[in-house]
Design a protein around this ligand. Structure first.
Ligand SMILES: [Zn+2]
Length: 388
């Protein structure tokens, strides 16, 4: 189908940095092994030297479309912007960073997670609004409250925040809520979920098993009741067969009853306004959207969320997630909603990346234009009359 005929209404850069979790070597639920640097450093001096932090992610404007930003795996690739215009990112309406942006290992490095954020966000500070989804690695670095309030960074105009960027005029239970929705273009609504509202580290502030951090007793009990291993120790997925049962690990979480109600009401309102919706969540919402259907990166109460999506008068066109590191493109057979799990650039081949530009059209069609490890696809909405 021809893009010009459809009339693009929205262009979005989507990236899933996904700092790697290695439960098999962790004392706690998830140990981080990533440092993050911006590619615009002129030498390797800013690259963290810890052996465990050898892989980094960085932004770069993507040729031949320098207005579009791409997250990629850095491996000696340091490229300065060719012109100041390269840094404006004017080719997309917003950037969605799907979570696990800054790894917990930065806690052990000079400047900590804030320095990593400062370096990584510098190049996109003057660009389009950036949505930062809350991932487990964000919680290993920062307290939830400071992320929701916004973390100011030296020299940067825009704080790092997991609540809605003010420029988007979002609708949310509160200004600092990590779940919200907004309409970036006529006929479209984007819903951002917080899959760690209930989790063993829902208040964040450190790495369980490494830093001094208080675990949430209710969430620990809930997870532990469904897992035969000690979830506060390593190998918490040991012996659990691939499938839905494997979701009961501490690197996942759940949405609250209030968030479910909010989602239901938001979809209802979107339907009344004839808006198509896109859901963004760090954690996967459909078992078939986890790699090999292993269930390891599935939301604890995914069934409740699916129930809301399936019973909506106009089910979402797509759910876009991160967390699993690998690309999975699946479709809910009940609702017709596409569930796309995006791969991480930290596991892409050096010089490649894993990022996508998503284009939304006025007839409800979504085009994912993949870069690097992200496969391109065209997604039809589930109920719109003109989508077949
Ligand atoms: Zn994650």
């Amino acid at each position: 189908m021809d893009d010009v005929d459809l009339g693009t209404t929205l262009r979005v850069t989507i990236a899933s940095p996904s700092a790697v979790c290695r439960p098999s070597v962790a004392l706690g639920p998830c140990i981080d092994h990533r440092g993050i640097v911006t590619e615009f450093s002129s030498s390797d001096s800013s690259v963290v030297s810890d052996d465990d932090c050898e892989v980094k992610t960085a932004w770069r404007p993507t040729a031949p479309d320098p207005g579009v930003w791409s997250l990629y795996r850095a491996g000696g690739m340091h490229r300065r912007p060719e012109s100041p215009n390269d840094q404006k990112g004017s080719g997309v309406d917003f950037i969605a960073q799907l979570g696990d942006f800054v790894d917990g290992c930065n806690q052990d490095l000079p400047g900590g997670g804030r320095k990593a954020l400062q370096e990584l966000l510098g190049p996109v500070d003057q660009g389009p609004p950036v949505l930062h989804l809350i991932g487990n690695h964000e919680l290993y670095n920062f307290a939830r409250k400071e992320m929701e309030d916004g973390i100011p960074l030296p020299g940067l105009k825009v704080p790092f925040r997991t609540s809605a960027p003010p420029a988007l005029d979002a609708e949310a239970p509160s200004k600092t809520s990590s779940y919200y929705s907004f309409s970036p273009a006529d006929g479209w609504r984007v819903c951002v979920l917080d899959p760690y509202e209930i989790s063993i580290m829902s208040h964040g502030g450190g790495r369980p098993g490494v830093d001094e951090v208080t675990l949430e007793p209710g969430a620990v009990s809930w997870c532990q009741e469904n897992n035969p291993n000690d979830i506060t120790k390593e190998d918490f997925a040991r012996g659990i067969p691939p499938g839905e049962a494997r979701r009961w690990v501490p690197l996942n979480g759940a949405v609250s009853e209030q968030q479910l109600i909010w989602l239901e009401e938001t979809l209802e309102l979107a339907s009344k306004k004839n808006e198509e919706t896109i859901i963004l969540s760090h954690v996967v919402l459909l078992p078939e959207a986890t790699p090999g259907q292993n269930g390891l990166t599935l939301l604890w109460n995914y069934d409740k969320v699916l129930q809301v999506l399936r019973s909506a008068e106009r089910p979402p066109t797509a759910v876009l997630c991160g967390h699993a590191h690998l690309m999975v493109n699946s479709r809910d057979q009940v609702s017709g909603t596409h569930h796309v799990t995006l791969p991480t650039p930290v596991e892409a081949n050096p010089g490649s990346d894993a990022c996508a530009v998503v284009e939304a059209f006025s007839n409800g069609l979504l085009k994912i234009r993949g870069r690097g490890d992200v496969l391109s696809s065209t997604l039809a909405c589930s109920t719109h009359a003109t989508c077949t």
